[in-house]
Design a protein around this ligand. Structure first.
Ligand SMILES: [Fe+2]
Length: 240
């Protein structure tokens, strides 16, 4: 009785085993994620324990992080990789803020996500960039498919905005912990709506630090239906 309301521990369900994470702030000292290599290695150990297979490092590239050029990030990534002896496969991309400097970055070179020229992009949580549509179009013209990071977190984006972006063929990436309330009730509600509407293509941890994330993920529970929907997104990650 009441089996339809049953919830399952996400970690214990095995959902994350073999997962390829496509969004994480683990490269040390380059953004608001892991600050030191020790922290980075702790995060990687945790992800390995959970059964992850591969992690894409996606440091923020934005006006606030002026040193994060593709060359500098690649250098730091290669240096970090020599210190890592664990089982995870590590790859490098970036999370691009669609800010005033983005058009220059598009000209000078980017680090795509996955093996098929996708580009992980984000906007401010509060305001839409005035030229969002034209920037996304320019990304496509340059040969990339935009993957919009955590659309559930943008307070300014309406359901009609989500729909318009999907109709233009852009991919959506869900943050795993949005469904737990980690980012508040708004992100949780919108995340559930977009998930149930089939609007997401991919999923990422967007992991910055373990302090709050690990205890919340360890106790995170979902319905069977939501677990099945997430399993499909995890499968899509493998095709990226
Ligand atoms: Fe991120």
């Amino acid at each position: 009785m009441f089996g339809f309301k049953r919830k399952y521990n996400v970690v214990q369900s095995g959902l994350l085993r073999g997962m390829r994470d496509i969004h994480a702030h683990i490269l040390p000292g380059v953004d608001d994620g892991a600050a030191t290599a020790t922290q980075s290695l702790e995060i990687l150990d945790y992800l390995a324990q959970l059964g992850f297979r591969e992690v894409w490092f996606t440091p923020h590239v934005m006006e606030d992080c002026p040193g994060n050029t593709p060359e500098a990030l690649t250098r730091q990534f290669e240096a970090f990789r020599t210190r890592y002896a664990g089982p995870l496969s590590l790859r490098l991309s970036s999370e691009y803020m669609l800010d005033a400097l983005f058009p220059d970055r598009l000209q000078t070179g980017l680090l795509p996500l996955g093996d098929k020229q996708h580009l992980l992009v984000e906007t401010s949580y509060m305001f839409s960039p005035p030229d969002l549509d034209s920037m996304l179009l320019d990304i496509c013209k340059a040969g990339y498919t935009p993957v919009i990071a955590h659309p559930e977190r943008y307070g300014y984006m309406s359901a009609a905005d989500h729909q318009a972006l999907k109709e233009k063929g852009y991919a959506f990436q869900l943050n795993l912990m949005s469904l737990s309330g980690y980012y508040g009730t708004y992100a949780r509600r919108v995340g559930e709506q977009l998930l149930e509407a089939g609007s997401y293509n991919y999923i990422g941890t967007d992991l910055h630090h373990l302090e709050r994330y690990q205890p919340m993920l360890d106790s995170f529970k979902l319905s069977r239906r939501h677990l099945d929907l997430l399993a499909q997104l995890i499968e899509n990650n493998n095709q990226l």
